[in-house]
Design a protein around this ligand. Structure first.
Ligand code: AVI
Length: 330
């Protein structure tokens, strides 16, 4: 067993050399707009990550359970595609590691020769995942890559000739805008080698009531997760948001197939953010857009694969057809 953490810095891609500066700029730009917005990438400080992990265990947020069901039911079939040669099992944003562990256990049982390479911008997340796997899977080779997803993938594909199997689970692709999505997929296609695989999670279109429940869960975890953005501004940028004066609102756009999340100001108020040397004015019921979560038709997924250059190998569904893990090949 070997375990390493590599930190990659590479100017070709957007590397976050200074996360605090990026956060400052993001908040300043987003709150200065006519229609205020904050990028959902800022959700994941320690509290945000903790709340998201908690949400994934709540029944209303069906996505995680569906994907766990898919991986459990289809891991042996998925494995048949990778059995022939040693490979790198790369993962973008491994989260709490429960989902990759299902595949990893299966591959280890089959004596596949592979190294697990989680890529994440958070060193803390990577350390946790390494400790967890070292304890539970002492025979697993891990090289954790502390970097932006694309820079990490670029480093890896430049330094290794092995076949790559890239995992991007959990439907995080749905948090990008349509333009960002195709740009991201094309970048991945360019970086992978011919013959490499890409297993990608997508949340499918379904009854809007189910969606609304998932993004307005009965335990209020999503609400706390979204409001934590304001708390993060208070603590990191010396802001004075009163969280009781904003409400979470999750709604489904039936035309774009998108869950949209907003924080809505409950009164006219002005907020000082001292580290930005700025005061922001909110009128009563003014929204801050904080997240898109796109839902997909299978035909849209197939079009995305095609437009990015990938061939579709197989789709793996859960029993309710709520979610799909789609296996693509370069
Ligand atoms: C990380 N991402 C896939 C989640 C989603 O479903 O869009 C983030 C989330 N936002 C609210 N609930 C969960």
């Amino acid at each position: 067993m070997t375990t390493t953490i590599k930190t990659i810095k590479n100017s070709t891609f957007h590397i976050i050399d200074d996360p605090k500066e990026e956060f400052k700029q993001g908040i300043l730009t987003g709150l200065s707009k006519n229609k205020k917005s904050i990028s959902s990438k800022f959700f994941y400080d320690d509290t945000g990550s903790y709340l998201f992990d908690k949400l994934t265990r709540h029944l209303d947020y069906y996505l995680t359970n569906c994907e766990i069901e898919i991986l459990n039911a289809h891991k042996n079939t998925i494995a048949t595609y990778f059995k022939s040669q040693p490979f790198n099992l790369i993962e973008f944003g491994p989260g709490d590691g429960i989902k990759p562990k299902l595949l990893i256990d299966c591959f280890l049982q089959k004596n596949f020769k592979f190294t697990y390479l989680p890529i994440d911008i958070s060193k803390e997340y990577l350390k946790n995942i390494i400790n967890d796997f070292n304890e539970k899977e002492p025979h697993l080779n891990i090289t954790a890559i502390n970097s932006d997803f694309l820079a990490g993938l670029r480093w890896l594909t430049l330094t290794s000739e092995k076949r790559n199997v890239l995992l991007f689970l959990g439907s995080s692709i749905g948090n990008l805008t349509p333009t960002e999505t195709i740009h991201f997929l094309k970048n991945i296609y360019d970086l992978l080698h011919p013959g490499d695989f890409f297993l990608l999670g997508f949340d499918l279109c379904k009854n809007p009531d189910t969606l609304i429940r998932a993004y307005n869960d009965s335990a209020g975890i999503t609400r706390a997760f979204n409001l934590n953005l304001l708390q993060r501004i208070n603590s990191e940028l010396d802001g004075n948001f009163n969280l009781d004066k904003f409400e979470h609102h999750g709604t489904y756009n039936v035309y774009s197939h998108t869950m949209e999340s907003y924080l809505i100001s409950l009164e006219n108020q002005s907020i000082d953010i001292n580290e930005l040397n700025n005061t922001f004015y909110f009128s009563e019921f003014e929204p801050i857009h904080v997240e898109f979560s796109h839902k997909y038709l299978l035909s849209q997924i197939e079009n995305l694969a095609k437009e990015a250059g990938f061939a579709i190998v197989e789709h793996f569904f859960d029993s309710k057809n709520y979610f799909v893990d789609s296996l693509w090949k370069k």
